[in-house]
Design a protein around this ligand. Structure first.
Ligand code: G3I
Length: 332
């Protein structure tokens, strides 16, 4: 009961102070941090509030789906760039950076990619796609998730249609560098936030790529987590530090925090806020952590909408998690 009372008091106080506090992007800019959200461009047209809150609060966007292979190249050589163009134009108009997501992933591939291709044909397919996509957005997409989730939960490389091509990971980075020498090139994964076997495998992979001179600039930690997540328990700061020592830029790329579990709703919202706050604190404490991105921003539109994992509710009202980020960004 006392916990509930004080949680409610805290939420009311934060809500009152939020009226006068600057939006997240203004606070982040002061910290030299990009704060971002994953976006479905169709919603920019359908829901004025969606576009308004996004532009007010964030200075980075990433395409939740429309820059994936399956959305862009539905049949071989046929591209549909319209939704991705819309997003990039929105970002430019609102002075936001763009993360491109993603060039090599074992999911959301078009059906034709599962044909039986030999190595040289797969190389041509990869080259054509990267040249067309990265080339089109040259100078307008600041960061590319060149490779997404290549390491499985068993800490081994996943099976993918790309694997007929030896060194496909390395090739993808080299092709992306050629297509846009200015864009920063990232490896992105989930479940590697803290120390552990998967993170060790990602670390070894990226260290190996760097040693070979592969143009890899950064690593993205997705942070799709639940209320039980504790950066301290998994030693997230220590983990980020070892990747930083490889010379990599670090981004939090897809954060969301599922609300499910026991306890009252007020308690769970407070706990959710705490998880967001702690991860933001870890990022701010790491000089190479330059972007903090959420996988969406409103519970109205999330791949896990039922578990209300984001910082605005379905009516675009800021949740305790929003105020927690605001607070963390204002702390020295
Ligand atoms: O576009 C079609 C639409 O035409 C159709 O009517 C509808 C019917 O179900 O499906 C639509 O496609 C869905 C798409 O999201 C767009 O909403 C796909 O079925 C669905 O599988 C797809 O899910 C996406 C998922 O990646 C694919 O694996 C989620 O929205 C997206 O949030 C999620 O994002 C991934 C990141 O890319 C990588 N990291 C993990 C993250 C969460 O899974």
């Amino acid at each position: 009961m006392p916990f509930r009372f004080w949680s409610l008091m805290l939420i009311c106080l934060l809500a009152a102070s939020a009226q006068s506090s600057p939006p997240l992007r203004a606070l982040a800019e002061k910290r030299n941090l990009r704060i971002g959200a994953a976006v479905e461009p169709s919603l920019l047209l359908q829901e004025p509030k969606y576009a308004q809150v996004l532009a007010r609060e964030f200075n980075l966007v990433v395409a939740e789906n429309v820059m994936k292979w399956g959305a862009l190249q539905t049949s071989r050589g046929q591209y549909n760039f319209a939704p991705a163009d819309l997003l990039v134009e929105f970002a430019q108009k609102n002075r936001m950076a763009v993360r491109g997501h993603t060039l090599v992933w074992h999911q959301q591939l078009p059906r034709w990619m599962y044909g039986s291709f030999g190595a040289s044909e797969m190389e041509a397919i990869l080259r054509e796609h990267i040249q067309a996509v990265v080339g089109r957005y040259r100078g307008r997409v600041a960061y590319w998730d060149v490779v997404n989730e290549a390491v499985g939960d068993d800490a081994r490389l996943r099976s993918t249609p790309f694997e007929v091509l030896p060194d496909y990971l390395e090739k993808a980075f080299r092709l992306a560098r050629e297509a846009d020498p200015q864009a920063k090139l990232f490896y992105n994964d989930y479940g590697a936030e803290g120390l552990g076997p998967k993170s060790d495998a990602v670390y070894a992979l990226l260290k190996g790529l760097k040693e070979k001179g592969v143009p890899l600039d950064g690593v993205g930690f997705q942070v799709h987590v639940d209320l039980g997540f504790s950066p301290r328990a998994v030693r997230m700061a220590e983990n980020l530090e070892r990747f930083a020592r490889l010379g990599l830029e670090i981004h939090i790329t897809e954060m969301d925090v599922r609300l499910g579990g026991s306890g009252s709703r007020t308690e769970r919202l407070a706990k959710q806020a705490q998880v967001y706050r702690e991860v933001m604190r870890v990022c701010l404490g790491q000089p190479r952590c330059k972007a903090f991105t959420l996988w969406g921003f409103t519970d109205a539109h999330s791949w896990r909408a039922a578990s209300e994992p984001l910082i605005f509710d379905v009516d675009y009202k800021p949740k305790p998690a929003y105020f927690a980020l605001q607070q963390a960004l204002q702390q020295p």
